[in-house]
Ligand binder design. Sequence first.
Ligand code: ATP
Ligand code: MN
Length: 298
Amino acid sequence: MKDDVHGVAVTHPEKLLWPAPPLTKRDLALYFEAQAAWMLPHVANRPCSILRAPDGVEGERFFQRHKMKGASAHIVEVQVAGEAKPYIAFNTVEALIAAAQIGAIELHPWNCRPGEPEAPGRLVFDLDPGPDVAFARVVDAAKEVRERLEAVGLAAFCKTSGGKGLHVVTPLKDVRARPGWDEAKAFTRELCVQMAADSPDRYVVNMAKTLRVGRVFLDYLRNDRTATAVAPLSPRARAGAPVSMPLTWAQVRAGLDPMRFTLKTAPALLGKSKAWADYAASERPLAPAVKKLCKSSR
Ligand code: ATP
Ligand code: MN
């Protein structure tokens, strides 16, 4: 059996990708079609890795960043300086449906500006609870990251990861002589190091798993040239079909339950929400923030 979504063929549309709630390949294609206008500004024209689960989330899953033979022409290739093979990119609603067609459930774009792999376009703070850490502690961490960003003149937006934690995202403005990836990474590292130094019992920047017990891990390593983070509204190949849900800061409070936001529930909830409405208007240059943060560390 074959379906057509937005003019793109979807074969085996009844194939179950998530067993519970039961969600099919057609459901994924229709979700991408409906959310494309919201998602594409955050995804398009950047190298974008995908996590594929062609036999559903309980089957074999694999990451892919280069084009496969026979893939849809809607999935385009972008050449990145110094990289032998071009990366794939998803620039249109048709490309997102072509992603669903190959069982690409998760989209993980670079955090560069669209069309400019060398220019940081956003900062991402990936906040992960250690074992036995209540989600409310991750909420506290997100709010503190926001305070620290705003204190140096940057904006902050929060989303669930669709997994265990939260992501705080900062849109950056393009300016001449803009800082590059080294500066973006150094800035996010410094902000996280300062935060962990102020509350060593609550936060940790070190990768070592043993140090994460009882603490929230502040991961700044998404902020590098080839690093990726799951896109806002991307579904996750995890039980229950959660998505990475853009939130208003009012939603980032005790009692927040990331599993409320699924492929089934997210579209209606987002329709009623103002989450990230001022994202594009909130781009700020990084350089002045770097100066301010360095001053506060002395
Ligand atoms: P959680 O809140 O559960 O930690 P997450 O999205 O923050 O969810 P992961 O799914 O563990 O975290 O992924 C961490 C990061 O590493 C993601 O941002 C993703 O883009 C990247 N990533 C994960 N696995 C791979 C992989 N196999 N290849 C390339 N990048 C990957
Ligand atoms: Mn995480």
